[in-house]
Write a protein that binds this ligand. Structure first.
Ligand code: ADP
Ligand code: MG
Length: 270
């Protein structure tokens, strides 16, 4: 019997941007050959300093950006060979959640509309069904349905992130990519969102790719960490191993830069 393919397999992925500041400016190699595998139901954190290529990788995976070379397989399908209509189902199966949903969410829309909009775009259900589904999703992420008419700016940062998660869940994705989705939130709110995500992961069979510059936070959230540096993954391993036995000099540098917060001795309980 053939083994089930991993949910995501990335191989030799590169992305080169033309240099900024004129024709002679050197090109930027944002991704310099990424190999990465995500198994179903896992959570991996991609950690690196600003400019290491994390968001470029996230956007390539979400097919918002065209890589220069390499391959991305999603659930056994060669994602980069797909165009137009054949790509559409994958745009649902992979959802990207960004930092600062104050601007990521349309400020004119009301909470329930924000959640139901992707369903409307896809032509799913009628207006009443979409509304009912949106209220259900709001409750799922811990937002009272009574807040359905609130606008994003009438919510706190943590509540907006819950709304962004509800909107992402509306299309029943398999992979959630959370790019700096915790940045700018208080530690207590980060912990609440983390616990929500863990809960949703079990119930909906989701796979998570966290993206962050914050190694300690990622150590608390993910089972496994991949360290990115200058467009490459320089080290990858279980959280406990990365914290107790960092092998790459850049991983050690990231750990040394951590202010004296406690480092997790073991990954968090499932
Ligand atoms: N659209 C773009 N055009 C040109 N250069 C870019 C673009 N996007 C990112 N870069 C460059 O690619 C590198 C990686 O950026 P990015 O993926 O945003 O890193 P990170 O998310 O880790 O901070 C940086 O040098 C950045 O300046
Ligand atoms: Mg980034």
């Amino acid at each position: 019997m053939e083994a089930e393919p991993p949910l995501v397999r990335v191989s030799g992925l590169t992305k080169r941007y033309p240099g900024r500041g004129g024709r002679r400016a050197p090109a930027v190699e944002a991704l310099a050959g990424i190999d990465l595998t995500l198994t179903r139901g896992s959570d991996l954190a991609l950690v690196g300093q600003s400019g290491s290529g994390k968001s470029t990788l996230a956007r390539c995976l979400a097919r918002l950006e065209e890589p220069t070379s390499g391959q991305i397989w999603f659930d056994g399908t060669d994602l980069l060979s797909l165009r137009g209509r054949r790509l559409l189902p994958f745009r649902e199966r992979i959802q990207l959640i960004l930092q600062d949903s104050a601007t990521a969410l349309d400020p004119r829309l009301r909470a329930a509309e924000i959640v139901s909009e992707p369903l409307e775009v896809l032509g799913r259900g009628d207006r009443r069904e979409r509304r009912r589904r949106a209220l259900e999703l709001m409750e799922t992420v811990g937002l009272p349905a009574a807040w359905a008419e609130r606008r994003p700016l009438e919510l706190s940062g943590g509540q907006r992130q819950r709304l962004a998660i509800a909107r992402a869940l509306a299309v029943k994705p398999q992979l959630l990519i959370l790019d700096e989705a915790f940045a700018g939130l208080d530690a207590s709110i980060q912990a609440q969102i983390a616990s929500l995500l863990r809960d949703l992961q079990g119930r909906h069979g989701l796979t998570y790719l966290y993206v962050s510059h914050d190694l300690v936070l990622m150590g608390l959230l993910a089972d496994e960490v991949a360290i990115m540096f200058e467009g490459r993954i320089v080290e990858q391993g279980a959280v406990a191993r990365i914290f107790t036995d960092p092998r790459h000099p850049h991983t050690r540098a990231l750990l040394a830069a951590v202010p004296s917060r406690p480092t997790p001795a073991a990954p968090p309980p499932p």
